[in-house]
Design a binder for this molecule. Structure first.
Ligand SMILES: [Zn+2]
Length: 263
């Protein structure tokens, strides 16, 4: 499921390939049960250009200084693809396509249909209305400790809570705690200031590491948990055994041999 670095990689593709081109039309694929802009909502975008792209947490914003904007949420398996009509094949599962003048196209590909596109006046008010916490790449040390440290929730659940901190999901919360040496079910309010600072530092390092590869997981170092997410796999850090357990309703992969605390 796409998290902050995956959303950022998609935003970069739009910034590089689909900005400053006049929108001539929109094309819709098979969109039953999907939340996408209506014809009336699409109309104000015709003849305009995407001149700015932004991202907050897992949300991607495409628009212009004066607005309006479209917000894309990738859901479980969505992605944004830039392609050229005639030269490239249309991506499969293309649900919503920006048709630019000339051959350039931008398609929202969404095989499992959990993603969506909405219209908003501006990204700031969307973030506020959705009650999202600060972006996980932007938040400072003190704000991180304040927002997560007081919680009785398991540290993994606190990291996943988009209202505390926006952008971290199942995969990268596990990777963060694996590197921090903390069990996923340690209550957040049981962590010392130094432990919370370490969680923040490792979360940033994980997100930065994934961003550096543009979310191509094969390019991540071999000792990352992502390459060993299997019950019974060997832990590349300590030789222990990777184990899974359910924390806050989510499957958490971890190594009980070098991750401490919890029950
Ligand atoms: Zn280990």
């Amino acid at each position: 499921m796409p998290e902050l670095p995956e959303a950022e990689a998609n935003r970069r593709r739009v910034a590089e390939g689909a900005c400053n081109r006049t929108i001539r039309d929109f094309a819709l694929g098979e969109i039953r049960h999907m939340d996408l802009p209506s014809e009336a909502e699409r109309a104000p975008f015709l003849g305009t250009r995407i001149t700015e792209t932004r991202r907050h947490g897992k949300y991607i914003f495409l628009g212009s200084k004066s607005g309006p904007w479209m917000v894309v949420h990738l859901g479980m398996s969505g992605s944004l693809r830039v392609w050229d009509d005639g030269a490239d094949e249309e991506p499969d599962h293309a649900k919503f396509t920006w048709v630019f003048e000339g051959d350039r196209r931008l398609s929202f590909r969404c095989p499992r249909k959990f993603g969506w596109v909405k219209v908003t006046e501006d990204p700031g008010s969307f973030v506020e209305e959705a009650g999202l916490g600060p972006d996980a790449m932007e938040i400072g040390d003190n704000a991180f400790a304040d927002r997560l440290g007081g919680s009785k929730q398991a540290i993994k659940s606190a990291l996943l809570d988009q209202k505390k901190l926006a952008g971290i999901g199942n995969l990268w919360s596990d990777e963060t705690l694996y590197r921090s040496g903390l069990m996923p079910d340690v209550p957040a309010n049981a962590l010392s200031a130094a432990q919370l600072a370490a969680v923040h530092r490792e979360a940033r390092a994980v997100l930065e590491g994934v961003l550096k590869t543009n979310a191509r997981y094969d390019d991540l170092p071999g000792d990352w948990l992502i390459h060993h997410r299997e019950d019974g796999a060997d832990c590349p850090r300590c030789g222990g055994t990777i184990t899974k357990k359910t924390v806050g309703g989510r499957t958490a992969y971890h190594c009980p041999d070098h991750q401490e605390g919890g029950g």
